[in-house]
Design a protein around this ligand. Structure first.
Ligand SMILES: [Zn+2]
Length: 171
């Protein structure tokens, strides 16, 4: 039974001196809610930790890229505990949050590119369907040109996305 997860200090022993305590949180482990101590370890990879007990290996951890991606995309891997960890990191460890923010920006940009790419691909699909239906040769030529432009835009967008993904990664 979790009574008050917001209460001050850590409940468990933690074995890393570099880690910064981010308060307590409620973790959903195997559909059972447990009170955990949250930390951020500001090493080169920057890891978030949810400690479940004083037993050394009894914790869950996520690296900064994973955690910010799930925060931005709110996909299936998204969970409230890690969102809370990001929020607390901003409040309690602003010097680490600067790095977290870079990753949030990175994933936000990628999400935006993916949306644009999806939109172009949908437009292309519709155009291809329209061209197939079309019998008038003149109209067909116009549609072909439009499709060519969309293909170019899609290729450009794809290259830009790869560039952001690889060359502009905060890692
Ligand atoms: Zn640590």
């Amino acid at each position: 039974m979790v009574k008050n997860p917001e209460v001050k200090g850590p409940q468990f022993e933690h074995d890393c001196d570099s880690c910064l305590f981010l308060g307590r949180g409620v973790y959903d482990r195997d559909e059972k809610k447990i009170s955990v101590d949250m930390y951020v370890c500001p090493g080169t990879s920057c890891t978030f930790i949810a400690r479940c007990s004083s037993d050394g290996p009894d914790y869950f951890s996520r690296d900064v890229s994973w955690i910010t991606k799930s925060f931005v995309t709110k996909d299936a891997s998204h969970s409230e505990i890690w969102e809370l960890a990001i929020k607390r990191c901003k409040e309690r460890a602003p010097e680490v949050y600067e790095k977290v923010e870079l990753f949030i920006e990175h994933h936000t940009l990628l999400k935006l590119m993916e949306k644009k790419e999806q939109r172009i691909q949908n437009k292309m699909k519709n155009l291809v369907a329209a061209i197939k239906e079309e019998t008038d040769e003149a109209k067909k030529a116009v549609l072909d040109t439009a499709l060519g432009n969309l293909l170019d835009a899609d290729t450009t967008l794809f290259s830009a996305k790869c560039f952001i993904e690889n060359d502009l990664s905060p890692f």
